[in-house]
Write a protein that binds this ligand. Sequence first.
Ligand code: ARG
Length: 589
Amino acid sequence: MKKFLELISDEMKKGFIQAGYDEELGRVTVSNRPDLCEYQCNGAMAGAKKYHKAPIMIANDVAAKLADSEVFCEVAAVAPGFLNLKLKESFVRDYLKEMAASEKFGLEAPETAKTIVIDYGGPNVAKPLHVGHLRSAIIGESIKRICRYNGHQVIGDVHLGDWGLQMGLIITELKLRKPELPYFDEAFDGEYPKEAPFTVSELEEIYPTASGKSKEDPAYKQEALEATLKLQSGNRGYRALWKHIIDVSVADLKKNYADLNVEFDFWKGESDADPIIPGMVEELKQSGLAHESEGALVVDVKEETDTKEIPPCIILKSDGAALYATTDLATIKDRMENLHADSLIYLTDKRQEMHFLQVFRVARKSGMVSSDTELKHIGFGTMNGKDGKPFKTREGGVMRLEYLIRDINEEMYRKIVESREDISEEEARETAKIIGLAAIKYGDLSNQASKDYIFDIDRFTSFEGDTGPYILYTIVRIKSILNKYREQGGNLEELAFQNASNAAEKDLMMQLSGFNAMMKGAYQEKAPHKICAYIYDLANAFNKFYHETKILTEENPEKKAGWIALLLLTQQVLETCIDVLGFSAPDRM
Ligand code: ARG
């Protein structure tokens, strides 16, 4: 289905053609003087030079041709040559009617669906999730859903940090604590136990302990390095133990991500790239791209047009060890060869910008990715506390994600029981969880990803203003009216849109009609904040209409059914948008 603004521009272009002017002049934009008109066209001004005519004359010619338009009820040529436009109510009504009857409200499917891999989350095994991982998960999940809704084939991969020194550290500490375990017995050739020799809470304690010790004690660190090497070179016992660490950790991560309504298609990790590394390194050497520098193997990636220093990408350290970049390159190779990706998108803190710039350049230079494959790093800003510094616990430590969610839910719960006496404890807790998630996610996603933002519990959990709870409140309000309409005997299957009868209603209708252009734009720019801005405007337009209109007591059944049709569409569009953002609305609140 054509976009609303496209149809309007098409009509305007017809006017220009009929008046003997270039159709390109007929581009229409939303009015920047909403007090004067709804849309505007500045083409007459642009055409003045070409046609050696005063803009107002051109504008008058075009306006005359559009006097009987099906689209415009008003085309006013005003000095010095603007065309101020108002839409016919019937045109807006028919557009909504078609939208409501179309799949995805008329959003057009792409000509060819792309295969897009989104690398997000990126937690490290055996370390609890902290707020730093929150943004990657929230933004990545939304971008995944945006791409999917726009008709593409999307694969979300968590890309676990499961292969580095942290593994060696845990193994070293376990060996110290439980040397009797068969994993450390080189002579053991039986089957290893199925049960892990630790719980997830033990694991979460072991890692920081080991990490602390290694900083104090060089011998301990040396042992951890050796353990890492032993694991990476395939020691049977270490591999078995490592598998336990992954399993225990992943089970816990899945639970945490599920609470965030975040879901991955692939649970691959850095370790999966490991077998690809030797062959890839060989190819980089063979092609002459990689060369030795101070004992290390590097690829030069700087380009003449660079305005800042781009250091070479290190592929292997002088001791032969692979690095973060090596793993990422091998993973790209894997994603290209096995998934034939058209686009690879990464979500990390923007401090990793240089890393991805280097990796992408090596990938392109080596021909690992073709020129028509898109490589995109979306670097996001920091989530700060009210003091403007990175978000911390009250004691100044790194805030665990679990606690942050708990705090938000607690605050939401407090607000719910304060405003509703009739609610049961259970429902209040359940509802608090749903609204709490919306508060966190909307608070994050409504900012442009690259910007830092302040995590403000009071503001995020407010039912008023540009917040998640406000959007949910609006949806719940609509649901309640629709329920009452049903209780009055109304049938939601038999509704017909009517012409708008007042300005607030027309405004709401025009907001709705912008859905598919907005959704396409959010996809093109990978910008969830555009969806947030849209639903905030839509919710405001709805609430204005609602306060001015007595819907359920309206006596004219057609008029009433028309309003209900409008409500239903508003609810569906809002719920689709929040689903794409990665949260949902309760039935009551
Ligand atoms: N585990 C990494 C970290 O905590 C993030 C991984 C991001 N993805 C990637 N392919 N490099 O910083």
